[in-house]
Ligand binder design. Structure first.
Ligand SMILES: *[C@@H]1O[C@H](CO)[C@@H](O)[C@H](O)[C@H]1NC(C)=O
Ligand SMILES: *[C@@H]1O[C@H](CO)[C@@H](O)[C@H](O)[C@H]1NC(C)=O
Ligand SMILES: *[C@@H]1O[C@H](CO)[C@@H](O)[C@H](O)[C@H]1NC(C)=O
Ligand SMILES: *[C@@H]1O[C@H](CO)[C@@H](O)[C@H](O)[C@H]1NC(C)=O
Ligand SMILES: *[C@@H]1O[C@H](CO)[C@@H](O)[C@H](O)[C@H]1NC(C)=O
Ligand SMILES: *[C@@H]1O[C@H](CO)[C@@H](O)[C@H](O)[C@H]1NC(C)=O
Length: 294
């Protein structure tokens, strides 16, 4: 029975006592006291975290308006205290400043207020890429495979929308290096598609440009002949190289042969210029050795 009562009280306290505040990293947030003007004899105290470190103090009567750097200096140059309302502004907030902030007003009447501040990362713009530059194998002829990706995310959902209707989505709760979501569209598709990255407080959208991303994979009849042409040109090119090399080799071979023969022919006391005549002269010499001919 007691437990139920405690639970009820906690819930009640949470319901009325804690104000949830969500901020994007780098932004400023103001925690409002809710009063338009602090009374002369009211003292204001702002505390942060479980340790309830004092981060700001205001005693209007004594003209004391102070802010502190906090337990480890994390609030240095980031706090502003409104001397009229006592509201506290945290500038250029980071995840270090997420947590519970407590306001205490002491004066004729005592009151307190608790804020729970959540800090979300600034969302990057999702990037849509085509993963079918490699179209022959992975995708069909009519479909274009796309991938929407984001890096360094936490507590986000990545979704594909067709017009206003959700097609698919993926969520991560903890910090993740990267996140991606595929989509298949037809090349002729005239619908508008968009990839949306969102966290509880903001979103970033990238619209799909099918004509820009999918053109590489659409293969109209004209490009087939172009491919054939390019292949033919490449084949012709390699053929030319092979032919050149072969010719070069042949030339070198006959040149060295000719040198050899000229050499041997010279040693035997004779020489000629053309190879056909060379052979003839060789024969002549051979015959000449046996039966000299004049
Ligand atoms: C409150 O702050 C404003 C500007 O920051 C200053 O002009 C004004 O004198 C301050 N009032 C008091 C009572 O300190
Ligand atoms: C905001 O805080 C970050 C991290 O502490 C710092 O690097 C950056 O310079 C600050 N920006 C401004 C405008 O103060
Ligand atoms: C094409 O995709 C397949 C499988 O998705 C992959 O194994 C291959 O390396 C890719 N080829 C090129 C040229 O990207
Ligand atoms: C393209 O994306 C689809 C869907 O995620 C995947 O099945 C396919 O393997 C991917 N192809 C390449 C080449 O990455
Ligand atoms: C092509 O994409 C559509 C959705 O855009 C899908 O319904 C269809 O099954 C896909 N076809 C192939 C062959 O992948
Ligand atoms: C994105 O945020 C805008 C306001 O900033 C909101 O109007 C819109 O509905 C949001 N879109 C999605 C898909 O959450």
């Amino acid at each position: 029975m007691f437990h139920v009562f405690v639970l009820f009280c906690l819930c009640w306290w949470r319901l009325i006592g804690v104000f949830g505040v969500s901020v994007t990293q780098g932004d400023s947030v103001t925690l409002h006291t809710g009063v338009t003007e602090i009374r002369e004899d009211d003292d204001i105290l702002w505390k942060f975290g479980a340790e309830k470190s004092q981060i700001a103090k205001m005693k209007k009567k004594k003209q004391i308006f102070s802010t502190y750097n906090g337990p480890d200096g994390r609030f240095r140059d980031r706090l502003k205290l409104d001397n009229q309302t006592g509201s506290l502004t945290i500038t250029n907030i980071t995840t270090q400043h997420a947590g519970v902030y407590q306001l205490e007003i002491a004066g004729a009447k005592k009151s307190s207020k608790t804020f729970s501040v959540s800090v979300y990362a600034r969302l990057s713009v999702p990037v849509i890429s085509s993963n079918s530059s490699n179209c022959s194998s992975s995708s069909s002829q009519q479909n274009c495979s796309l991938l929407c990706s984001v890096v360094n995310v936490g507590h986000v959902t990545l979704s594909w929308y067709k017009g206003n209707s959700l097609l698919s989505s993926i969520s991560v709760s903890d910090l993740s290096i990267s996140l991606s979501l595929p989509l298949e569209v037809e090349y002729q598709d005239k619908n508008t598609y968009s990839c949306v990255l969102n966290n509880p407080i903001s979103n970033q959208t990238t619209h799909l440009d099918i004509s820009r991303l999918c053109h590489t994979c659409s293969v109209p009849p004209g490009s087939v002949s172009l491919i054939v042409l390019i292949s033919a040109a490449a084949a012709a090119g390699s053929l030319l190289i092979v032919a050149t090399v072969v010719i070069f080799c042949i030339c070198r071979k006959c040149q060295t042969k000719r040198k050899d023969r000229t050499h041997s022919a010279l040693s035997k006391g004779g020489g000629s210029k053309s190879s056909s005549r060379k052979k003839k002269s060789m024969d002549e010499h051979m015959y000449g050795n046996i039966t000299p001919k004049r």
